[in-house]
Write a protein that binds this ligand. Structure first.
Ligand code: ADP
Length: 402
């Protein structure tokens, strides 16, 4: 049995999914899991799925020992190293260097690492993971799939900041956008569900998870997105503020003595739903708390939905209209409450909620949640790991033929 391994190496964790390659190049998930606590005294390897459940304590885990635990688990379940055809690595920042998935070599791994200036928490760990995975599975083709790549088609008017142009020329300071793999997956799936070519659908995809972003897709290409140089821009999120007047940096420095990095930290980790509610970043908790009269939860949801609807409507401008709105991510796939309240605000775009269908489209169900078809609103569960596995397989085939 041949397999494709998908890994997501973060600074403190390593997530994985293993797919079996079946007839007709179908991919079936065999197992998934993670190593947590990398860089700490005590870590844990956890796995579940067809290959069996496992939970192993790890002393002072590193990415290397994490991959070791994963290899042991796979071998224990009968998947030998040489049966791993390709390893697909999820990469947060591809910058202006990578506009599509690539087969990795030493030089490309160095380039991924150099982009760490734009994504310090992520790209360094990705590069480390790529080097360790190359040692762990020397016979596998190593492939990188970038969160930014699907957005590479944006025109300059969408991706430039209105700042001195030389900052863009010298430093590649611009909007890149993230969640690209998810936007790519759900836009393709939504077109399939609608039975029309993606190129003919003016579509907005709303990925609403802990991180939240929109993509405007026209002629099958992203023409604008809400996240920027980093995933902090755009929509309000679980713990991230989304777009905020940059003058708060100067104000907080003068008033509180906060450095820019402290303010960015607060904007990334202590803001959004958590910062406003003072209660939680979890939409489930907030919806329940609001029902009990929690004022912070009420305001946080109100702001989240308001900002979401406002940015969705602004994306009808680059599209010249709207044919389809697609919800995905933990909130987009499950929170019929948030979807319903956003759809109510979006009535001026001609969207009308089908309340019954909306209530049913939860827990991984796909479905249409608007009354009319023009425009139509859909819920499409995302599967970034599957798309990474597909890219890894396609590139591994190409690489092996050469
Ligand atoms: P990540 O971006 O980390 O992958 P997810 O896509 O899993 O995160 O989304 C996490 C968010 O989804 C949380 O705010 C969580 O509250 C929300 N969520 C998950 N399930 C539900 C649900 N049944 N109802 C409402 N919100 C949900």
């Amino acid at each position: 049995m041949n397999t494709i391994l998908v890994v997501n190496c973060g600074s403190s964790s390593l997530k994985f999914a293993l797919y079996a390659l079946e007839a007709g190049d179908a991919l079936r998930k065999l197992a998934s899991g993670l190593v947590e606590g990398i860089g700490t005294e005590k870590g844990l390897f956890k796995a579940k799925g067809e290959l069996g459940a496992a939970e192993t304590a790890l002393e002072k885990p590193t990415h290397l020992s994490g991959f070791g635990a994963l290899k042991d688990y796979l071998e224990g379940a009968g998947v030998r190293g040489e049966q791993v055809l390709a390893v697909g690595h999820r990469v947060v920042q591809g910058g202006a260097v990578f506009s599509e998935s690539v087969v990795l070599d030493d030089a490309k791994i160095d380039q991924v690492e150099e982009l760490a200036a734009m994504a310090p928490l992520h790209n360094r760990a990705h590069a480390l993971g790529m080097r360790e995975a190359t040692k762990a599975w020397p016979g596998a083709v190593q492939v990188a799939v970038f969160d930014t790549a699907f957005h590479a088609t944006m025109p300059p008017k969408a991706y430039l900041f209105a700042m001195p142009y030389e900052l863009y020329e010298k430093l590649a300071l611009r909007k890149y956008g993230f969640h690209g793999t998810s936007h790519r997956f759900v836009s393709a799936r939504a077109a399939e569900a609608l039975g029309r070519p993606l190129g003919e659908i003016r579509m907005i995809t709303a990925h609403l998870g802990n991180g939240c972003s929109l993509a405007a897709i026209k002629d099958g290409k992203v023409v604008d997105t809400t996240m920027g140089l980093t995933p902090l821009d755009g929509l309000m999120m679980g713990t991230r503020s989304g777009a905020t007047d940059p003058s708060v940096f100067d104000y907080l420095e003068r008033k509180l003595g906060w450095s820019a990095s402290r303010t960015v930290q607060v904007m990334n980790k202590e803001s959004g739903l958590l910062g406003i509610s003072g209660l939680s970043q979890d939409m489930r908790t907030l919806v329940a708390a609001r029902a009990e009269g929690h004022e912070g939860a009420k305001l946080a949801i109100e702001m989240f939905v308001y900002r979401l609807a406002k940015l969705i409507s602004s994306f009808t401008i680059p599209l010249g209209g709207l044919d389809a709105l697609v919800f995905t991510g933990g909130i987009g796939e499950n929170s019929y409450v948030v979807r319903g309240e956003a759809m109510d605000l979006l009535a001026p775009l001609g969207l009308e909620l089908d309340a019954e269908a909306n209530a049913k489209a939860v827990g991984g169900a796909e479905g249409k949640i608007s009354v009319g078809d023009d425009p139509v609103a859909l819920v499409v569960p995302t599967d970034e790991e599957l798309l990474i596995a597909k890219d890894a397989l396609a590139l591994a085939r190409g690489a092996r033929k050469e």
